[in-house]
Design a protein around this ligand. Structure first.
Ligand code: TYM
Length: 331
């Protein structure tokens, strides 16, 4: 059976981008593959969270994984820092990751632009750590959104380079994957690109947002004065709302409003109201379960401990074999 690995950085609550880009696929995949889903708390250290925030965020992602339907009996759910073997593999892979290729990564360049005062080595080698996450379980399938495609290419590069260096076929090639042909990019509400946690207030709708908050965020989304010509192209700040509707609403609803746009009869107030209501419906089951699961500390502890044991079984086997390939020998 093929192995799947994927993770979410522990930087807070999950938004619709995380859900439709990745987590929804985790839930489907756990029935078909040998799955490892983890909370990437090593990765979150690039932005220096306080110890309290770090733990709180890890817990929040764990709660939301479970609320979204990841089943700890089917998939292995774990916290990255509970598996120190990942850090060891990261060290080995770093020896064959070159400055030039790391500096060329799009996400690194974006981070440097956004935070020129915090260009640390962890940020530079972020794709190496991500490769270690994947290769530690010798995964071939990685459910992620469109924004992680380049990182997957780098994971293949690092795995292949290790294989070539030691002249064997130890690591298989991992590919980004979801059940459709295309990886998903969920746009933000502000019409300026993808939905993300660090893209500014009002850009993201969270799975845990109360209905009133969702309504407010959607109603505040930028729109324009409406189309003036039939079948006119949509500007980005309108297209994003249509793209969101395509994701959360029934197709007939999307087609109804698309048609109204094309005939210049659309009323953005009605359109946004519908979009907000459909987002509320899409997130309702999770919102309720988030509140329930959050209360059950014993269950959360059990899930994390059980997951760590299972993940370490697989990870320690890989590290044993990798050490042998590299040539470390016990005296
Ligand atoms: P992160 O935490 O930024 O995002 C988690 C997952 O959500 C997806 N995603 C989106 N998909 C579509 N549209 C969006 N607007 C959107 N925003 C986020 C991401 O593509 C991702 O799948 N580096 C990773 C975490 C990670 C990882 C890994 C993933 C660490 N190690 C190993 C896979 C395998 C990250 O920061 O994702």
């Amino acid at each position: 059976m093929e192995t799947v690995v994927s993770g979410i950085r522990s930087t807070g609550k999950l938004h619709l981008g995380n859900f439709y880009g990745a987590v929804k696929n985790f839930v489907q995949m756990q029935n078909e593959f040998n799955c490892y889903f983890f909370i990437a708390d090593f990765h979150s250290l690039t932005t220096h969270p306080t110890p309290e925030d770090l733990h709180g965020n890890v817990k929040q992602v764990l709660i939301e994984y479970l609320a979204a339907g990841i089943d700890p009996e089917k998939a292995t759910i774990y916290v990255q820092s509970d598996v120190p073997e990942i850090a060891e593999l990261y060290l080995y892979l770093n020896m064959n990751a070159y400055l030039g290729e790391l500096e060329r990564s799009t996400s690194f360049k974006d981070k440097v632009r956004a935070h020129p005062d915090n260009v640390n080595a962890g940020l530079l080698t972020y794709p190496v750590l991500m490769a270690a996450d994947i290769l530690i379980h010798k995964a071939t399938k990685v459910p992620v959104g469109k924004d992680q495609e380049q990182h997957l290419e780098m994971a293949r590069t690092f795995g292949n380079r290790f294989n070539r260096l030691y002249n064997n076929e130890y690591f298989p090639e991992p590919f980004a994957f979801n059940f459709t042909e295309k990886l998903v990019k969920v746009p933000g509400l502000d019409g300026k690109g993808k939905m993300g946690k660090s893209e500014g207030e009002g850009n993201a709708v969270y799975l845990s947002d109360e209905p009133e908050i969702i309504r407010k965020k959607v109603m505040r989304a930028v729109s324009d004065s409406g189309p003036t010509e039939e079948n006119q192209a949509k500007p980005e700040s309108i297209q994003n709302l249509f793209d969101l509707m395509k994701i959360v609403s029934p197709l007939s609803t999307y087609e109804h409003f698309d048609n109204l746009y094309n005939t210049c009869e659309i009323r953005y107030g009605d359109f946004k109201k519908q979009l907000a209501e459909d987002m509320i419906i899409a997130t309702a089951p999770m919102r309720e379960r988030i509140n329930e699961i959050a209360k059950d500390e014993t269950y959360l502890r059990q899930v994390a401990r059980f997951g760590a044991i299972k993940a370490r079984e697989s990870a320690s086997k890989t590290i044993r074999e990798v050490r042998e390939i590299i040539g470390f020998k016990n005296f």
